[in-house]
Design a protein around this ligand. Structure first.
Ligand code: GTP
Ligand code: MG
Length: 283
């Protein structure tokens, strides 16, 4: 791997309730970034992070594992941790070297005890964090219910960056990025841009407006411009979200499906754009 300036490094600790899909998500991110040529499965015992024979046998993570990814000029070190409380010390190991956390919770059950614990640990350490709503392809999974539960539990700073696109019989086919207002669909393992579905345009604008409101609160100057009715450019919004994440006033929300890679591009982009680098570590 090439040498990266410190500003281009992201050390991200994946945390959350056991079985919510952290190890599988990393499989998808590795594949999306071209590190691997297949997406390993927990059931097949062939994932990058659960390589230990006990992990393969028991089908859950036991130790912390590091998966490095190169993405758009950034080096992202994904730190996989076990969700089971018996192995909590592994999470501490990962948190010691991480500058940010990605809390994974499913679209089916929403936040569980493990999600709450993860949030508390981030609070204790003043660690910037984002959410990923996993398994949105699962039957009875509901992205918006999960999102509202997260917002109810953790406050208004929880703000969606991407929302899922469903087609037909609730098949998740893609996501809309609410910051840049672009929609993408997976075509096999390729991502293609599509128009934002008509019935989602209003919603996407509302989510973008909520992000603008969050960003406006970062400074008096931004607040004045916001109240003057000025619209923030995509670049300003991205810079604002980045600052909001670092200042612990915004917790962006992503979503997707590990097996098909829906949402994985957007998440890699989000980690690179919004997560702090080691030299931005909070005091
Ligand atoms: N349908 C569906 N199933 C998924 C998805 N992601 C993960 N799973 C399944 O959920 C189960 C748990 O996934 P893991 O990736 O092991 O979850 P984890 O968070 O790493 O679990 P721990 O290591 O115990 O904390 C496995 O059987 C996966 O195949 C998804 O996007 N969709
Ligand atoms: Mg795991």
């Amino acid at each position: 791997m090439a040498n990266y300036p410190v500003s281009k490094i992201r050390n991200v600790c994946l945390m959350g309730h056991g079985g919510d899909g952290k190890t599988s998500l990393i499989e998808s991110l590795l594949n999306t970034a071209g590190v691997t040529d297949r997406v390993g499965k927990i059931t097949d015992g062939n994932t990058v992070c659960d390589f230990d024979s006990e992990e393969i046998k028991r089908k859950f993570s036991i130790s912390m594992a590091v998966a490095p990814v190169e993405w758009n000029g950034c080096k992202i070190n994904l730190l996989d941790t076990p969700g089971f409380f018996d192995f909590e010390s592994e999470v501490d190991c990962a948190l010691r070297v991480a500058e940010s956390a990605l809390i994974v919770a499913t679209g089916k059950s929403g936040p569980g005890v493990g999600t709450e614990k993860a949030w508390e640990r981030c609070e204790e350490r003043g660690l910037p964090r984002m959410f990923y709503i996993s398994k949105i392809d699962e039957e009875n999974s509901d992205y918006y219910t999960a999102l509202h539960k997260l917002q109810k539990q953790f406050g208004v700073s929880v703000a969606p960056i991407v929302v899922p696109i469903f087609e037909g019989n609730r098949d998740t086919v893609g996501v809309v990025d609410c910051v840049i207002r672009k929609a993408y669909k997976m075509d096999g393992n390729k991502r293609v841009e599509i128009p934002i579905p008509d019935n989602m345009v209003d919603k996407v604008n509302q989510h973008r407006a909520a992000l603008c409101e969050n960003v406006a609160e970062l400074s008096e100057e931004l607040m004045e411009r916001y109240f003057a009715g000025e619209e923030f450019s995509d670049e300003e919004l991205i810079a604002g979200i980045r600052q909001g994440v670092r200042d612990l006033v915004i917790a962006p929300v992503f979503c997707g499906t590990a097996a098909t890679g829906v949402g994985s591009y957007a998440l890699l982009k989000g980690i690179a754009e919004f997560m702090p680098s080691p030299d931005e570590k909070p005091a």
